[in-house]
Design a protein around this ligand. Structure first.
Ligand SMILES: Nc1nc2c(ncn2[C@@H]2O[C@H](COP(=O)(O)OP(=O)(O)OP(=O)(O)O)[C@@H](O)[C@H]2O)c(=O)[nH]1
Ligand SMILES: [Mg+2]
Length: 468
């Protein structure tokens, strides 16, 4: 659908579908005021000041009052879209919402397509592409950390960082151009060493940004935490405690959990995806074996592995640890939960703690003693999870890439810069090197939308919902 016909005035319900106390119908475009005036009995929109609210009545097709509502007026360019905007706060009945939108369409509006309000904000220069995507992320954010990153992106911190990077790349490009222009005269304006060090600096900045994507994704989707261990160790009890609900069946029969069970929970402002798994033991049961295989592959996907140990049960620990250890990599963080501490004396728990520490020494785990059954120690486990996530100290100004499109552009830009650097070091001619500098600039420009095609824009904004 062509959505760049800016002469159209568009409308849509901007609040979630369904019944609510109020619903907001947003109208934006050249004729926003005159169209609303045709369905509205109250202050003339055309005469209303910007950023003012007016009580009035919306009149139906039949001339009868449809609803009493508040119209908020924003005169372009000082509005979200940069155009004239009216937001009608109507009563939240689905029928009223539909009637108001129908009336607006009959009087000359077109129904907005997905993301069209934000796309217009982008088109009128109110925000760049990364900021617009920040709006979508903000709406979808489900934890404090995700909210903070989206907010920072929407407010342009990420864009400012990129713009500084582009500035340095332009500097590199112009130094190379100079070298080209005067190459005949054998004048060297900047030594190759200086150019290499400039390129190296920019490369490490783009690389860091690209590397932040993994953590950025984890923040958005939840950091995967695998709860693994022997049967009956108390894994499901821990899951339930962390989620504050009876999510998984708990029983003293070994092998109760056979499939993986997962849910998200926010701990210390960070979203975690907690995954309970089938207990590890030797078994001839086919279904249980499949569950155990799943448990193992959950470890592969997890960033944090919580090995739950039944403190009373030393014999099985070694075999279970060997199975877990096989799947651990350098990117895992290990936490050992010494559960059922209530069944042992203090000094027995301490001695168990020492032997577990020895066994897992190479992985520098955090060891937490627990009585999952009563919840004692769960708060300590929560603190440890927030701590090992490495995200609890995330500062206001930390820039993090959370968007796959941005990540891809950064990776391409990084690759081009790697070629720039080797080209400079190998004494490649300036015009070859300059080509890759331009490419790196191009990819960075794609992120903020300085360089985009209509196709890219259409794909990005179609991911928004209608009304946004
Ligand atoms: N005394 C005591 N019992 C516990 C504690 N935590 C769990 N239990 C009990 O241990 C038994 C097993 O708990 P689950 O949470 O089902 O264990 P699991 O590791 O999920 O077991 P599987 O699903 O079979 O692998 C249940 O009877 C729990 O009530 C604890 O801290 N102290
Ligand atoms: Mg279980």
């Amino acid at each position: 659908m062509p959505i760049d016909r800016i002469e159209d005035t568009i409308c849509a319900v901007s609040t979630p579908a369904g019944v609510g106390g109020i619903a907001v119908v947003r109208v934006s475009g050249r004729d926003a005021f005159s169209i609303v005036d045709r369905i509205w009995n109250g202050t003339k929109m055309a005469e209303a000041g910007s950023h003012t609210a007016h009580l009035g009545t919306i009149v139906g097709d039949d001339g009868e009052a449809l609803d009493q509502c508040v119209a908020t007026v924003f005169r372009g360019p000082k509005s979200f879209t940069g155009e004239d905007v009216v937001e009608l706060s109507v009563h939240g009945s689905v029928w009223i919402q539909r009637q108001v939108v129908n009336r607006l369409i009959k009087c000359g509006c077109r129904l907005a397509s997905a993301g069209e309000f934000t796309r217009r904000a982008f088109a009128s220069g109110k925000m760049d592409l990364a900021e617009a995507e920040g709006v979508a992320d903000l709406i979808a954010s489900s934890s404090k950390a995700a909210h903070r990153i989206a907010m920072s992106q929407m407010r342009g911190h990420f864009s400012a960082h990129l713009s500084a990077l582009r500035g340095r790349l332009l500097e590199l490009a112009s130094l190379l151009e100079l070298e080209l222009d005067f190459s005949e005269e054998e004048v060297e304006f900047a030594s190759r060493d200086k150019l290499s060090s400039l390129a190296g600096d920019i490369l490490s900045l783009t690389r860091n940004l690209a590397d932040s994507f993994e953590a950025g994704t984890a923040i958005k989707d939840g950091i995967p935490v695998a709860i693994v261990g022997a049967t009956n160790a108390g894994k499901s009890t821990i899951l339930n405690q962390l989620l504050h609900e009876d999510r998984a069946i708990v029983s003293n029969i070994h092998g109760t959990t056979r499939d993986t069970i997962e849910d998200t929970v926010e701990i210390g402002g960070i979203l975690f995806r907690i995954i309970d798994t089938a207990g590890l033991r030797r078994t001839s049961d086919e279904v249980e074996s499949l569950g155990i295989e799943r448990a193992m592959s959950v470890i592969d996907k997890a960033r944090i592995v919580v090995w739950v140990v039944d403190s009373t049960d030393e014999v099985r620990n070694l075999a279970v640890w060997e199975r877990i250890e096989k799947r651990l990599t350098a990117s895992h963080r290990l936490v050992v939960a010494l559960n059922k501490a209530d069944l042992l004396h203090e000094d027995e728990v301490e001695s168990r703690k020492r032997s577990v520490a020895l066994l897992t020494e190479g992985y520098s785990p955090k060891i937490v003693r627990l009585t999952a059954k009563t919840g004692e120690g769960i708060d300590a486990l929560e603190r440890v999870l927030a701590d090992v996530s490495g995200l609890s100290q995330l500062g206001e100004d930390d820039i993090m890439v959370t968007n796959a499109r941005h990540f891809e552009a950064l990776v391409r830009s990084t690759e081009a810069l790697e070629r720039v650097l080797t080209g400079l070091q190998d004494g490649l001619s300036g015009d070859f090197v300059a080509q890759d500098v331009r490419l790196a600039l191009h990819y960075l420009g794609e992120i903020t939308g300085e360089i985009t095609t209509q196709d890219i824009l259409a794909t990005i904004f179609s991911r928004f919902c209608i009304g946004k």
